[in-house]
Design a protein around this ligand. Structure first.
Ligand code: PHE
Length: 450
């Protein structure tokens, strides 16, 4: 493909963009909440092992398909096939991933809109605008519609600028900002009463619960969502990687950063829960179970911020700004999956394609906002519990069973000539062929049963 379809201009740029996709609400909200409700440190240990041993190899499958194809997800998947039925299958998986990414964006934008309004609320408070503050902090149709639209427009304006000037440039700015805010907040929370107790619950594992099957499948599901697998996103980001780059190390960096930020977010949120508990906010039951998973971010933490007085206004602002940034670097990757397909398939201009697809996604989001009680949960289940595991599994099948082995090995060795002898590449094809499909099927079966 010609250079005009865009390419990440540097290793750092790709790593920030792909890590930006991976690091999102799933890390800062999902992971700590799951850890707190699945036995603390035992979940952390299981998550670390599964993220590196299973999710990372599956991520490599998607990146390799994309880098080989140098095209949108459907075309890239087609390029590893040779029979007619395989080409149809490639369309179903690639297009399915694109739809999945678009649908994830349609609910993600609503939650991100809540984050944006929660970021502005402390500002309204400081400005003495009490009425505006109340409107910003309470669920209402007008607020949800406005902020969902605002978030989608933000996402569209970055994606319409393309790979280098849009995705790469903004990921390189936003990701370091996210880290900075995260560390500032941790330092603050660590100085509060109760933080040490939280740290202990997070870091000292009770090994007896580590082999609990439910804990294991939850940890694997979390790792797959967090690495944005099964949505065509990593295929398309892989397609913007130069043939000169070493894929194994790029994928490893992305996994490391993703896991690191989830870990660090746990260092903030879990001690913060204990600090809130010490200040009289009810977080755990008498038996030590987490009382409110869903309300953690919007009720428990704001209660903690309020109890801090004036400092809390700034801490609250910083926390929700952090969440909004994390959401934005993920949402741009979700939009890039359908946009790259529309640009290459229908020869649309990028700006046109971005606004049209952004508009369609906004309409779906608004429909969900109008039916929050029913559609919201339905779309989340459909995409994260059904779509992602099935499509992630299919990508492993493409690499393990459909792609011609010699062609796969040739692609792997581009930018990494030593691949032929390295331990990773010797073990990896087996992993992708047998272990990954099996493990993903397990998660899928469990999520259907629960
Ligand atoms: N990985 C992102 C998160 O943790 C979510 C995401 C899912 C992004 C699928 C892209 C595609 O929040």
């Amino acid at each position: 493909m010609s250079a005009s379809r865009g390419e990440f201009s540097s290793r750092f740029g790709f790593i920030m963009a792909a890590a930006g996709s991976a690091v999102g609400l799933g890390n800062i909200w999902g992971f700590p909440t799951q850890t707190a409700s699945n036995g603390g440190a035992a979940f952390l240990v299981a998550y670390l092992v599964l993220a590196f041993c299973l999710a990372y190899p599956a991520l490599m499958a998607e990146l390799v398909i994309g880098r080989h194809g140098q095209a949108n997800a459907v075309t890239s998947l087609r390029k590893v096939t040779n029979q007619a039925w395989q080409k149809k299958f490639a369309f179903m998986v690639g297009f399915g991933g694109i739809i999945c990414a678009g649908l994830i964006l349609s609910f993600y934008a609503i939650v991100a809109g809540w984050m944006l309004s929660a970021t502005l609320e402390p500002v309204a408070q400081l400005a003495g605008q009490e009425q505006a503050g109340t409107w910003l902090s309470e669920q209402s149709l007008s607020r949800n519609l406005l902020f969902t639209a605002a978030f989608i427009i933000l996402t569209v304006s970055i994606i319409s600028k393309g790979v280098e000037n849009g995705i790469e440039k903004w990921s390189k700015r936003l990701m370091p900002a996210l880290l900075g805010i995260l560390f500032m907040l941790i330092i603050y929370v660590m100085t509060q009463d109760g933080a040490m107790e939280g740290l202990k619950a997070y870091l000292v594992p009770d090994f007896s619960s580590i082999l609990n099957p439910e804990l294991l499948v939850n940890a694997l599901g979390q790792a797959f969502f967090s690495l944005s697998l099964g949505t065509s996103v990593m295929i398309i980001y892989g397609s913007y990687i130069s043939k000169k780059e070493n894929l194994v190390s790029l994928g490893a960096y992305v996994t490391l950063i993703d896991v690191f930020i989830a870990f660090v977010a746990g260092l903030l949120i879990i001690p913060a829960m204990y600090v809130a508990q010490a200040q009289g906010v009810q977080i755990f039951s008498a038996e030590g179970a987490l009382l409110s998973e869903d309300t953690l971010v919007f009720q428990v933490l704001p209660a903690l911020f309020t109890s801090m007085g004036n400092v809390g206004i700034f801490v609250g602002f910083a926390f929700f700004a952090l969440m909004s940034i994390a959401a934005l670097t993920s949402s741009i990757s979700m939009l890039e999956a359908p946009v790259s397909y529309a640009v290459e398939r229908f020869a649309l201009k990028r700006v046109q394609a971005t606004w049209i697809i952004g508009g369609i996604i906004a309409l779906i989001s608004f429909t969900i906002v109008f039916n929050l009680g029913t559609l919201f949960g339905f779309v989340i289940t459909l995409t994260t519990k059904i779509g992602q595991p099935i499509l992630g599994l299919m990508c492993c099948i493409f690499v393990g069973w459909i792609w011609h082995r010699a062609s796969l090995l040739k692609e792997i060795q581009q930018g990494c000539p030593e691949a032929a002898n390295s331990f990773f590449w010797k073990v990896w094809p087996w992993y992708i062929k047998f272990i990954c499909p099996l493990a993903i099927s397990l998660v899928f079966a469990n999520s259907l049963l629960s």
